[in-house]
Design a protein around this ligand. Structure first.
Ligand SMILES: [Zn+2]
Ligand SMILES: [Zn+2]
Length: 162
């Protein structure tokens, strides 16, 4: 499910994103006496934080073409795999770890934070998944959230009645 943006919407979004990032970096410019390598990551964080909700729209920009399976592993290792698959066995985890290391200091918490999610109920990533209609809440009201399949397993395991 991707949102197709018109060229004009794309252009307007990019312009808006650039403005928001520039403003946030200008505001913090006193902190940039001389730039250390690590500063660029901080700049990245500032930029993403500044984007806030806009980052979701920018995500949609990046995803306006969906990844297609090509018969070769998406981690980039070069392995040939069965057509219709994206990864050799286990390589999705390797790719995910590398991506997190590059973009989010190697931690899921930083990734969630960068996308505006956090421990508060209002920022809950699992609640957002339910609100978007992608995930479900446990129908017995215990607070568990998951994909339909996980909900079925969960209800069978934890709420089974005789
Ligand atoms: Zn691979
Ligand atoms: Zn439950």
């Amino acid at each position: 499910m991707t949102t197709e943006l018109t060229d004009d919407e794309r252009y307007q979004l990019r312009k808006k994103a650039a403005r928001v990032i520039a403003a946030a970096l200008r505001q913090t410019r006193n902190e940039w006496h001389h730039l250390d390598p690590g500063d660029f990551r901080i700049m990245g964080d500032i930029a993403v934080d500044a984007l806030g909700d806009l980052s979701i729209a920018v995500d949609a920009l990046g995803n306006s073409t969906t990844a297609q399976p090509t018969g070769r592993c998406y981690c980039g290792c070069g392995k040939e795999i069965g057509y219709g698959r994206y990864f050799a066995a286990g390589h999705d985890k390797t790719a995910e770890a590398a991506f997190l290391a590059i973009h989010h200091g190697g931690t899921v918490a930083q990734m969630l934070h960068a996308h505006g999610y956090g421990p508060d109920d209002a920022k809950s990533v699992t609640k957002a998944a339910v609100d978007k209609g992608l995930w479900q809440e446990c129908p017995r009201g215990c607070g568990y959230r998951g994909a339909q399949e996980s909900i079925n397993n969960h209800v069978n395991r934890h709420h089974r009645e005789k």
